[in-house]
Write a protein that binds this ligand. Structure first.
Ligand SMILES: Cc1ncc(COP(=O)(O)O)c(C=O)c1O
Length: 468
């Protein structure tokens, strides 16, 4: 099967097996240099890193590099690896003059939202999948319970209590295909309960607001300061009718702060007083680097908080596995909505994740991923201090993204400069709720988790080159 060379984000297709592999890799690399997609001076990943990423033998990559060095497209120097030759054979005769247009496709991806997919624990996952399937009773392959497999709900109940301070039991958990699916179901349930609006944070994911609005709920943005979301606005006179709020309490997305303890207590008080509900989006709760993660808000009041979790950051979004922990007062409605939408999540992945958690592989993977992303974040902060001191990383040391505050009025220019560097990254403006009244901030939202290892230093270079 031809495999896109995702590493560089360009449309190079390789045959990972068979006698043509070395030739295919050599041709693809040569073409990338010739057309300017790999620019002069670009440092290539080590043969070991690229081979691991492509799932091929290291010698094949080393041979392809050697061929291209011999042809003059690449240079190799002891101790500094392999780079694109500064003046490769000859520049393209036609094509855009330098300075005309940015590369048509980004070479580096720092868009927030996706973990390092090359670090997915394939071997351990396969082992868990084999064990899970071998042990599964025949009836596990039927339609089953709309809440999802009991094996996974049981494993999650233990894990969430231990790792996130969630107070629950398997019967209160509903497996779904990610937090977006959970929000679609909750939107429907809340609307059917007669709610017409729901409070959200001033900055967040438009896809989530869209899902809630699609269910017929108006989303009302709350203000924000350095202590987090303005919970007191829920009590304001003009908020009459708002009886539910969606929060990313442990790590505000995308701004990056943790909700202040007094505000955590205040939102639970508000919910208790007015029969309110808190939807807690705990998308990256495992990843905190400077201290133990703050426990889930749900632990403060399991009757008032609907906890939403996902495997999208800790493992991979393509799994489409998430979970809700629901208070008894709303459980039947959520289960009914789940059965109505469809029964979505495939049982084999559910059973595999249960086995993955029970065997300890999930904890091991999260520990190693935490270290990986922490090193990335530290490297990013150190490099910025050295090369772009006017740019300030903000927020707590957590998650897979960081917000870089820019001098006022420079966000668009930074985004254009990033495109010129072949870098895909987002500006903060795109995450601002259309009805938000909080001060506009110029910033980049940098997802440092996404690039595979060998593309990381190139991505960091491109970012620093794009910043003022
Ligand atoms: C704030 C936030 N919540 C939730 C998610 C995960 O959504 P899902 O579980 O649907 O993949 C993301 C992923 O980007 C996110 O940024």
């Amino acid at each position: 099967m031809p495999r896109p060379w995702a590493t560089l984000g360009v449309d190079l297709h390789l045959e990972p097996t068979g006698p043509g592999l070395r030739r295919g890799l050599t041709d693809a690399l040569r073409e990338a240099v010739r057309t300017g997609r790999l620019t002069p001076g670009t440092r290539l990943p080590s043969s070991r890193a690229l081979a691991a990423d492509l799932g091929i033998a290291r010698n094949t990559v080393a041979d392809a590099y050697a061929d291209l060095v011999a042809e003059g497209w690449l240079t190799a120097r002891q101790g500094s690896g392999t780079s694109v030759a500064v003046r490769p054979v000859s520049p393209p005769a036609t094509g855009p003059a330098p300075g005309d247009r940015p590369p048509s496709r980004p070479v580096y991806d720092l868009v927030p939202g996706t973990p390092d997919l090359s670090a997915f624990p394939r071997t351990a996952w396969l082992k868990a999948a084999r064990r899970a399937l071998a042990a599964a009773p025949h009836d596990a392959l039927g339609y089953g319970d709309p809440r999802g497999r009991v094996e996974l709900r049981t494993a999650l109940a233990g894990y969430l209590a231990r790792a996130r301070g969630v107070r629950t039991h398997p019967d209160a958990i509903v497996i779904c295909s990610g937090i977006s699916h959970a929000l679609r179901m909750l939107g429907q349930v809340l609307r059917e309960r007669g709610l017409t609006s729901l409070a959200v944070e001033s900055y967040g994911l438009d896809v989530h607001w869209g899902l809630l609005e699609g269910a017929g709920l108006r989303t009302v943005p709350l203000g924000l300061d350095e202590l987090g979301t303005h919970i007191e606005e829920l009590n304001a006179d003009d908020s009459a009718g708002v009886r539910a709020v969606l929060l990313t309490a442990a790590h505000q997305f995308p701004i990056g702060g943790a909700l202040h303890p007094e505000r955590r207590a205040a939102v639970v008080d508000w919910a208790r007083r007015g029969d309110g509900l808190i939807l807690e989006d705990d998308y990256d709760g495992e990843f905190r680097y400077d201290r133990r993660p703050v426990g889930a808000l749900q632990g403060l009041d399991p009757d008032r908080v609907i906890y939403l979790g996902t495997a999208s950051k800790s493992l991979a979004p393509g799994l489409r596995l998430g979970w809700l922990v629901v208070p008894p007062s709303i459980a039947a409605e959520v289960v009914a909505a789940k059965g109505e939408v469809d029964w979505s999540c495939g049982v084999l992945d559910q059973l595999t994740l249960a086995e993955f958690i029970n065997s300890g592989a999930y904890d091991r993977h999260v520990r190693s991923a935490r270290l990986h992303y922490r090193r990335r974040r530290d490297a990013l902060v150190a490099e910025l201090a050295r090369r772009a001191p006017s740019v300030r990383p903000t927020g707590i040391a957590a998650g897979l993204h960081v917000v870089l505050r820019l001098p006022p009025g420079t966000e668009q220019a930074a985004l254009r400069a990033a495109a010129w560097q072949g870098l895909a990254v987002h500006g903060l403006h795109r995450y601002r709720h259309p009805a938000a009244t909080v001060e506009r901030r110029d910033a980049l939202v940098v997802g440092y988790g996404t690039p595979p290892d060998h593309a990381w230093s190139g991505a960091l270079d491109a970012l620093c080159a794009a910043l003022p």
